[in-house]
Design a protein around this ligand. Sequence first.
Ligand SMILES: C[S@@+](CC[C@H](N)C(=O)[O-])C[C@H]1O[C@@H](n2cnc3c(N)ncnc32)[C@H](O)[C@@H]1O
Length: 259
Amino acid sequence: MILSIKSVARKLWAFGLYPKSGIASFLSKCGRLPLCHYEEKRLGDAVREKIERREQNLSVGWAKFGKVVRFKFCGVSLIGFSLSEEEINVQQFYFYRSAQLLREYLNELKALNFQVPTKKGFSVFEPGCNCGGLLFNFADHYGAKIHGADIYAPAIKSAKRLDYLKEADFECADVIQSQYLKKFSDRHFDIVFVSSHFTHIMHVVELENYISELKRISSTIICVEIEEFAGRAPMSFYLKAWGFDCSVKDDITYGHFSH
Ligand SMILES: C[S@@+](CC[C@H](N)C(=O)[O-])C[C@H]1O[C@@H](n2cnc3c(N)ncnc32)[C@H](O)[C@@H]1O
């Protein structure tokens, strides 16, 4: 009960800090209703930047550049406003990806014998956590001690702001091409949670070493990724090769690794 109050309080806090992100997320969902139309336009060429970064063996995967959003009803424009880089990350990775989504993920992972630990204060680390949208749910609904890292500074800035009780650890770091993970002892975290992160780093040459490091620092890795993406081999193919149990449902791959 206290745990779910924490999550409602966080939503209100987030809305107070980022009202435009909350409204844009709501309008994007309303855009699926009859006669309604939601559109958005990026203020930079995010696709071209992604391609360039991939070619340079660099990480990708954040919602970069500001954008303008517009909501129309019966073809008449009712509302339009712009969002900063920080605001679009909160829209996409906090308001849009809900606790319900995480619960669905965890239910699917149950079929792979993954149960959320019941011991108080178990630890969860998410590499590529963005603003902590899914990660906060482990603290708010399951009482976990959470730690997140992301390469993208505006995302970590908002994660720290959303951490209204100042009980989480967030760091801005490149978790792959740096010594960042070395500071954690073997099995340091009960869970490493990976969501929509491997998908964006499959091209980096350090990938295999990175996966070994994630295994070293965790008791369990759970992962949720898109099965088919940008012409690469299916994600379940890679996860199986890395020793994960996995299943695919509705184009989403669920994976689980334990020692
Ligand atoms: C698509 S987002 C997913 C965010 C979050 N995991 C979720 O599912 O809501 C991928 C995240 O991975 C981060 N990322 C990509 N490469 C990274 C790296 N080398 N080190 C740390 N974070 C990275 C991006 O900045 C981005 O926030």
